[in-house]
Ligand binder design. Structure first.
Ligand code: IMO
Ligand code: MG
Length: 423
C-alpha cells in the first residue's frame, strides 16, 4: 500500500506526527517537494524533534527515508539536521537516507535573494527566508544546480560560474549588493558534496524497484493545499505543488502506484506568513488558541495566525486532492471552549458562496457563514475510542466530516505518539 500524506490547509496541520505514526507500518518514506521551509514536529516521550528536510520517519530504525527530486535541498541545512541528530545519538547512514541525484540545490544566493525580494515587495509574502522561491525559480528557468552537478567538480564549476556571472550583475545593479565570490561558494559546496556523496542516488529507480518488490511507500507532503503554487491563495503561497500531484512528479513514482491519499487537517485553522484568511480570529481569541495550541512556527518561530475551521477551504482541497481519509489533528486544543464555530460557506456581496474562490478580492472580503456548536469543556487526551469521546466532540467531528465530505479516520487528541484515535 502506497500512501500520500498532505496538508489540507496552510501547513502545520500536524503532518509530522501523522507520518511518524504511519511510518511504523511502511518500508520507505519519501519527501517529494518543498525544502527546509517545512518544520515537522515529532514527539517521542520527553524528546521533541523538528525535521526540515529529513523525512519524519528518520527516527524509525530499519526504515528507509528518501529526499526526492522535487525537493530543493539546502546541503548546509541538511547536514546541520543530520549532525543535530547524531549529537542526540541517532546516526543517519547512507543505507537509511537516499537523496535524489536530480534534486535541486539551494545556494547562498537563493537565501539572500529570498530576503532581498521580500524587503523590496510592498505586499510581502512572509516567506521563511530559506531560499525556496529563488531555488525553484532557477530550476524552472533552467539555471539550477542539482545534486548530481555538485558531485562533478567540472560541471559544478561551470554552472556556478555561469550563475554568478549573471546573478552578481543583478545583485549589484538591482539591489546594490556586492555579489558573491566564486571561490568561497565553490569550496564550501565541495565540502558538502564530499559529505553527502554516499547518500546521493537515482531515488526514482530505487523507490520503483522497491515497489516492484512489494515494499510500501509513504509520501510525506510538506506545507498545505492553500500554499500550493497552482491551487493556493496565490501569490501568498510557496513555490511547489503541495497537493497530491507533487508526489508523482517529485518522486518519479507513477500516479498509478499511489493507493491512498490521507489529508491532515487541524481542528481549527492556522496560517503563518501573509495572505487572506477568512476565518481568522479576533486578537483575543487568536492569542488564546495560539497559547493553547503552541502555535509558533517550527521553522521560523513566528506566531501563527489562528482561526475557526473552514470547511470551504478543506472541501476544495479534498476535491482537488482526491482525499480518501482525513486525519483531524489537535482536537484537544479546543477542549476548554464553550462554543465552537465551523465555517460552512462564505457570504460575499449578499450572495452565499459554497466554493473557494481564486479571486483575490473575493477571498479577502468574503465573510464566513458559521455553524455554532457547544464545546465539550473537558480534557480528551486519555480517550482512545471514538465512541468514548464526549458527545459534543463527536458531534463536532461528525459535522466536519459531513461538511468536507471525506471520512475521518484519525483524530489526534494530544502531541504524544499514542494520543490518537483510529476509527
Ligand atoms: P510545513 O511543512 C506553514 C509559508 C510561509 C509563507 C509561504 C511562502 O511545516 O507545514 P516560502 O519560504 O515557502 O517561500 O514561504 O509559505 N510556509 C509554511 N507555512 N507550514 C509550512 O511548512 C510552510 N512552509 C512555507 O510562511 O507564508
Ligand atoms: Mg510546520
Amino acid at each position: 500500500m502506497n500512501i500520500v500524506v498532505v496538508g489540507a490547509q496552510w501547513g502545520d496541520e500536524g503532518k509530522g506526527k501523522l507520518i511518524d505514526i504511519l511510518s511504523k507500518d511502511v518500508d520507505i518514506t519519501v519527501r517529494y517537494q518543498g525544502g527546509s521551509n517545512a518544520g515537522h514536529t515529532v514527539r517521542v516521550g520527553d524528546e521533541q524533534y523538528v525535521f526540515h528536510l529529513l523525512p519524519s520517519a528518520i527516527l524509525r530504525k530499519g526504515k528507509i527515508c528518501v529526499i526526492g527530486n522535487g525537493v530543493v535541498v539546502d546541503p548546509k541545512a541538511l547536514l546541520e539536521e543530520m549532525d543535530g541528530l547524531k549529537r542526540r545519538g541517532i546516526a543517519v547512514t547512507p543505507k537509511q537516507l537516499k537523496i535524489a541525484v536530480n534534486s535541486h540545490v539551494v545556494m547562498p544566493y537563493h537565501r539572500i535573494l529570498d530576503g532581498l525580494r521580500e524587503k523590496m515587495r510592498e505586499h510581502k509574502i512572509g516567506t521563511t527566508g530559506r531560499g525556496i522561491g529563488p531555488c525553484y525559480a532557477d530550476k524552472v528557468t533552467r539555471c539550477g544546480i542539482r545534486m548530481v552537478d555538485l558531485l562533478n567538480p567540472r560541471v559544478f564549476r561551470a554552472k556556478l560560474q555561469d550563475n554568478l556571472r549573471e546573478k552578481n550583475e543583478y545583485f549589484k545593479k538591482v539591489f546594490n549588493q556586492k555579489g558573491f565570490h566564486f571561490d568561497e561558494i565553490y569550496s564550501e559546496y565541495m565540502t558538502y558534496a564530499r559529505r553527502l556523496r554516499a547518500y546521493v542516488c537515482d531515488t526514482a529507480l530505487f523507490v520503483n524497484e522497491e515497489i516492484s518488490k512489494k515494499k510500501s511507500v509513504l509520501f510525506e507532503g510538506a506545507q498545505g493545499a492553500f500554499l500550493d503554487i497552482d491551487f493556493g491563495t496565490y501569490p501568498y503561497v510557496t513555490s511547489s505543488n503541495t497537493t497530491v500531484g507533487g508526489a508523482p512528479s517529485g518522486s518519479g513514482v507513477a500516479v498509478t502506484s499511489i493507493d491512498k491519499v490521507i489529508a491532515a487537517v487541524k481542528a481549527y485553522t492556522t496560517r503563518v506568513g501573509e495572505g487572506p484568511f477568512p476565518t481568522e480570529f479576533d486578537p483575543k481569541m487568536d492569542e488564546e488558541i495560539r497559547a493553547k495550541g503552541k502555535e509558533f512556527g517550527a521553522t521560523t518561530g513566528r506566531a501563527r495566525r489562528c482561526g475557526w475551521f473552514d470547511s470551504v477551504l478543506v472541501r476544495y482541497a479534498a476535491v482537488t486532492g482526491g482525499f480518501d481519509e482525513l486525519a483531524i489533528m489537535k482536537l484537544d486544543v479546543l477542549d476548554e471552549l464553550k462554543t465552537i464555530k465551523l465555517c460552512s460557506a462564505y457570504k460575499y456581496k449578499g450572495k452565499i458562496l459554497k466554493d473557494f474562490s481564486h479571486d483575490y478580492e473575493v477571498i479577502c472580503r468574503a465573510k464566513p457563514v458559521y455553524i455554532e456548536m457547544p464545546g465539550w469543556q473537558k480534557p480528551i487526551n486519555a480517550v482512545r475510542e471514538f465512541r468514548k469521546l464526549p458527545p459534543q466532540a463527536r458531534a463536532y467531528v461528525e459535522r466536519m466530516e459531513e461538511l468536507v465530505g471525506v471520512p475521518i479516520k484519525y483524530i489526534s487528541i494530544g502531541s504524544e505518539r499514542d494520543e490518537i484515535i483510529v476509527r
